[in-house]
Design a protein. Structure first.
Length: 449
């Protein structure tokens, strides 16, 4: 595949008239490699950036624009915070306290709910899906062991799948909580000058796709992976008092959360709040992270991958490929003003199909440059077209399209067959139940006519 890409790029004349063709070849290579795992994600990203420079697919400032975007700095700051939460012991304390209070000596549904609430609750404090998973997976596995749920039992499978799904899907409705909505934040600003606020974003998406979807997930896990017997939680030694580092970090996270929620008042982007939080965790007076821990624990692979995804979106827009693709898609799709429900269904179907190819992470990078044309064709507001992407990338059809879920499955020892059973069932119920509710909620808030 790489050899074919090199040959194709070599044969395309390097002039402005053929930039769309060169961009198509390069982006096709990146998407196929990311989707099918032809190379490790950072290798694909670095090759993508290098080929873009060598064959003059776009200007260097466009190709490397991901590193200058707010989305990249949002995830960078979140990665630092995630390591601080994990190493300080605060995350383990919060999760253990939540499990102990909710699960106690309760039933299996209460245990599933405890895991789901821990995953969603930490999303408000930890803007990194992989960080939350890495923190919670060992805790959930220990929790299952204390409940007597050995690997292979339906209850063990259910708890791991709950963590995998709840760590990614509901947090897509919390602006700084994971990669796709962070990419959407940066792309909306860089392409259209639209700054997405934490509060309005949360109000629009969390009630239906966050809270109701979490409840639906808990019910579905209990239905598909039932544990009939009542579970008894084995006793565990009492937690020690909070350390000074935990108290300082709790104060910092509380301040950051307050700034996130009130960004519509002070106007500071979530990216800079996230970066500032990470810097405070590194500052010597707070003593939570040493430079050695920072360099060893912050996931550079994820940061490189995000920069590549953002660069892909910039190349799509700069080369004219976005306009060409939108014209082709709009010619095929019967989208017309005055047919809001049908238009939303068609555009959501296009995005969902794209997510299977590019993974959910690539949806905002590819769809955001097309949003203006889709808005013009459907007669719907541009902001609504941008927000429609959240509906798309929060709905996972197959597990492989969500890299964080695949990480959770691997570390939790659960097969993809069980995960596919859950994601397909949850996607079907989301389409039948949650999407109609979301439509009426958007109309109530004025996002749809």
């Amino acid at each position: 595949m790489l050899a074919a890409t090199l040959l194709a790029l070599f044969l395309v004349p390097q002039d402005p008239a053929h930039r769309v063709v060169a961009a198509s070849i390069l982006i096709g290579f990146a998407i196929a490699s990311w989707a099918f795992g032809l190379f490790a994600e950072p290798v694909t990203t670095l090759v993508f950036l290098l080929l873009g420079i060598l064959f003059h697919v776009a200007r260097p400032g466009v190709i490397f624009s991901g590193f200058a975007s707010e989305a990249w700095w949002l995830v960078f700051g979140g990665a630092i915070t995630a390591v601080a939460v994990e190493t300080s012991g605060l995350g383990r304390r919060l999760a253990a306290l939540l499990f102990g209070r909710i699960a106690g000596a309760g039933s299996y549904p209460r245990c599933v709910a405890a895991v789901a609430l821990a995953a969603v609750g930490l999303a408000f404090l930890m803007p990194s899906t992989n960080g939350r998973l890495l923190l919670l997976i060992p805790i959930v596995l220990a929790f299952a062991e204390r409940l007597g749920l050995a690997p292979g039992r339906p209850g063990h499978t259910g708890l791991v799948l709950t963590l995998a799904a709840a760590s990614y899907m509901p947090p897509t409705t919390i602006l700084p909580a994971n990669v796709p909505n962070s990419i959407l934040l940066g792309a909306a600003d860089s392409l259209y000058g639209i700054k997405l606020g934490y509060g309005p974003y949360l109000l629009l998406h969390f009630p239906v796709l966050g809270a109701l979807k979490t409840a639906l997930l808990v019910w579905l896990v209990c239905l598909l992976f039932p544990e009939r017997q009542k579970l008894a939680l084995a006793p565990e030694a009492a937690l020690p008092p909070m350390s000074p580092a935990e108290r300082r970090l709790a104060l910092i996270l509380g301040l950051a959360l307050a700034l996130y929620v009130t960004d519509f008042i002070h106007g500071v982007s979530p990216a800079w709040i996230s970066l500032g939080t990470g810097i405070l965790c590194l500052m010597p007076p707070f003593g939570m992270l040493t430079p050695q821990t920072f360099s060893a624990r912050v996931n550079v692979v994820t940061l490189i991958y995000i920069a590549g995804i953002l660069g892909l979106g910039a190349i799509v827009a700069d080369s004219g490929l976005g306009n060409a693709a939108s014209a082709r898609l709009l010619a095929i799709a019967p989208v017309a003003p005055g047919h809001t429900v049908a238009d939303l269904g068609i555009l959501t179907a296009i995005g969902s199909a794209l997510a299977l190819l590019t993974t959910v992470t690539g949806v905002p990078a590819v769809l955001t440059p097309l949003a203006r044309d889709f808005a013009a064709a459907s007669g719907l507001p541009l902001l609504s077209m941008l927000m429609l992407q959240v509906v798309i990338f929060s709905t996972v059809l197959l597990p492989f399209s969500s890299p964080p879920m695949m990480i959770a499955l691997q570390l939790g020892g659960v097969g993809i067959r069980h995960a596919t059973k859950l994601t397909l069932a949850l996607a079907l119920l989301t389409v039948l139940l949650l999407w109609p509710l979301d439509y009426f909620w958007w109309r109530l808030l004025g996002y749809l006519p």
